[in-house]
Design a protein around this ligand. Sequence first.
Ligand code: SAM
Length: 294
Amino acid sequence: MTATHAPAGVLYIVATPIGNLGDMSMRAIEILNSVDLIAAEDTRHSARLLQHFGIQTRMASYHDFSDDTRVDQLLRSLLEGQSIALISDAGTPLISDPGYRLVSLVRARGLRVVPVPGVCAAIAALSAAGIPSDRFTFEGFPPAKQAARLKLFESLQSEARTLVFYESPHRILECVDDMAQAFGSERPAVIARELTKTFETIHGDTLSGLQQWLRADANQQRGEFVILLHGAEESPHDDVPPEARRVLSVLLEELSVKQASALASRLTGVKKNLLYALALEAAGSAKDSPSRAE
Ligand code: SAM
């Protein structure tokens, strides 16, 4: 491909395919051909991609843990007017991949950073999972250690937005087990596996259904995974302030639902009907408990 030379001093952030080379964009090829240098997470890995597209641009390795000398070299090259493209092993750089340190330093120097968008596994999964996509939170890889993983999941229990995680094949089972424990086995979720590749599988079920599905076929535990978890059902009582909740729960230890919610309303100024509904929910049933019924 013939390419004009990229403008001076620009850092391009170039997305590359996550499995299907047909997903490489024309603009990505053009930019990789035209820059002075490609900074790659793993130069040996990226050499195959460049070879496939006949790109002969010089490469240097870059990782967020690269020493200051490497980062200084890249910054100096940009300041001298060279253009650089950053790529990762697959998908969009900086999305659970290196690049944040470099991009923030380059921008701090007032230099241009230009995205060349393309594939991202999280977005590809979200686009085809059939799970709410209007609001979502990307959580990247959950912690490898179980205690930290459970703690994270528990902190996200009442998150109403769709939750998007990356996971490796070594931990997919444990991760889904911990999700079932923290979010409840009935929470709907989708596993998007091997996207854009031969064995692409997008499978939705409750978390307990997914636990069984993974265990029933070891092949489903191989490859690369995005896990998408339905957000928590939003409760109409979510906007009751924490202090009113606390007062209500103390009063509920001594009084009926009706008495407790009326008194909590007088003490906190929160509407009685909101507190009444919350008290019923807290009691775990739409009915007042017999011992405290009026
Ligand atoms: N930067 C990449 C992106 O834009 O998606 C993500 C890089 S991260 C190091 C690698 C993780 O992304 C994998 O462990 C997996 O969770 C997810 N992933 C990458 N390719 C995938 C694919 N083809 N199918 C499903 N998940 C994938």
